[in-house]
Design a protein around this ligand. Structure first.
Ligand code: NAD
Length: 440
């Protein structure tokens, strides 16, 4: 029998990751029986873009009363996830939620409590775990190739297209996203938890907004009404993409959600430069950094173990071409550096290598073939697990609410550490002791 799903939140992610595959690829095992979003025009647009005429609701409770489903897929704004996760669990339904599971410790505890008293279960869609490259790292570490891992160095770089996008829309406010330590780093902290098979214990962090600052004089409220589009390297033409136009520009009148706000707006309260030191239950130490204004997009990691070192990393873009976002005159300035390309360095940087350095010699390089698809090929593999189910999972790819909690609470602890200047214990966030201490 087909499983029946409803989807809450029909932005780009809800449509492209879930709605479209469900109605195009998984029709033998799944059925979408309802869509919910606070914006009625976006609901209409979602049906139109995908070629469906599914029942739509602006009220979640009404949808749950009128529609019979087995599971709720949550792809709304981060700060609203808990409402739908808890609502679904109270109705005894399973939940598939996008990361981050939620944005703070109070909502996190409420979700864990709701799941304890429900017959429903929560799955958090940590797609990066499913990328073959990341899976290979897990296999190598599990095989003991570098012995016991004592420390991890992990840096993530967002370029000035992807990184800037978090400063244009709702993510720019911590009350919506928890900031990048939660919204973005939840992916990264989850990978470390999964790779190490340990839990985070203590977090010390710093963070600042250094780059997307309101110092720029030539700025407007949003790109579509700005006077400086000819000179601004962050000009984002929302109208140029017919899908974005339909989903967002044509739905603005309903909720005032402008997807092209100025990245230099003083209203932004999230950081763009972050660093954290995290200690783990098995004694491992992580030093982590995240930058949202890099010339390239990707990440680097090194695991230092009792018997050697493993280095890995992926370069997703390098000097990104702005052609999709900017008029031609700008793409020249920001296209790939020809000198670098001529030297063949692009290929070196893009190769998905894993380097293994045993302590006393015998270094080797493994190349993991690149696969197509979103998030290193993780998206497609995750969907198969979610909707076809019953696939063997020897490496524990599937993630539940505890994994969701452990990854976001590392970021929540980091945020609190930035505020207070002290180290924060994840256990205190789980029990509520930290909430009492903060006087919240
Ligand atoms: N796993 C990944 O790699 C990945 C990638 C992109 C986005 N995401 C996640 O997917 C989610 C959606 O992101 P997006 O980029 O599509 O954002 P979006 O802004 O395009 O879409 C969010 C939708 O939520 C709706 N919404 C806002 N408040 C709501 C409420 N109270 N109730 C119901 N709906 C509400 C908005 O109207 C909008 O349609 C986020 O949680 C994001 O973190 C995950």
């Amino acid at each position: 029998m087909k499983r029946r799903y409803v989807i809450v939140g029909v932005g780009v992610r809800g449509i492209n990751m879930f709605l479209r595959p469900l109605v195009q690829t998984y029709t033998d095992v799944a059925e979408v029986v309802g869509l919910c979003d606070t914006n009625p025009k976006r609901l209409e647009a979602a049906n139109e873009l995908v070629g469906t005429s599914l029942p739509v609701f602006t009220d979640f409770d009404e949808m749950m009363r009128k529609v019979d489903c087995d599971a709720v897929i949550v792809t709304s704004v981060d700060a609203t996830h808990h409402r739908y996760i808890i609502g679904a669990l109270e109705a005894g339904k399973d939940v598939i939620t996008e990361k981050p599971m939620t944005i703070d410790d109070v909502r996190c505890r409420a979700i864990l409590e709701a799941e304890r008293s429900s017959t429903g279960r929560v799955i958090v869609t940590f797609n990066y775990r499913y990328a073959p490259y990341n899976t290979r790292i897990k296999e190598l570490l599990q095989s003991g190739v570098i012995g016991r891992v004592h420390s991890v160095e992990f840096s993530w770089y967002l370029d000035t297209i992807h990184g800037a996008d978090y400063f244009r829309r709702w993510h720019r406010r911590k009350e919506n996203s928890g900031g990048l330590f939660v919204h973005k780093a939840t992916h990264h902290f989850d990978l470390v938890n999964w790779w190490l098979e340990q839990k985070p214990v203590k977090v010390y962090a710093t963070g600042r907004k250094n780059f997307y600052r309101p110092d720029r004089q030539e700025r407007g409220e949003r790109c579509s009404t700005c006077r400086y589009t000819n000179t601004c390297e962050f000009f984002f033409d929302l109208n140029a993409d017919p899908v974005l136009r339909k989903l967002y520009v044509e739905a603005e009148s309903e909720d005032g959600y402008y997807r092209d706000r100025c990245v230099f707006d003083p209203d932004i309260d999230i950081e763009d430069t972050m660093g954290a030191v995290v200690t783990y239950s098995g004694g491992t130490q992580l030093t982590y950094s995240l930058h949202a204004f890099s010339p390239f997009e990707g990440w680097r990691i090194a695991f230092n173990g009792s018997e050697g070192r493993l280095e890995a990393g992926v370069w997703e873009t390098f000097y990104p071409s702005q052609a999709r976002l900017l008029p031609d005159r700008k793409s020249v300035r920001r296209s790939m550096d020809p000198a670098l390309a001529a030297r063949g360095q692009m290929e070196t940087l893009r190769a998905d290598e894993i380097r293994i350095y045993p302590l006393y010699g015998g270094a080797r390089i493994e190349r993991v073939p690149r696969v197509k698809g979103g998030h290193g090929g993780g998206d497609e593999r995750l969907l198969d697990m979610l909707f076809r189910g019953d696939v063997p999972d020897p490496l524990g790819h599937a993630a539940g609410s505890e994994d969701g909690a452990m990854s976001i609470l590392t970021g929540v602890a980091a945020n609190r550490s930035i505020e207070t200047g002290r180290a924060v214990y994840v256990q205190d966030l789980l029990t509520g002791a930290e909430t009492v201490r903060a006087g919240a």
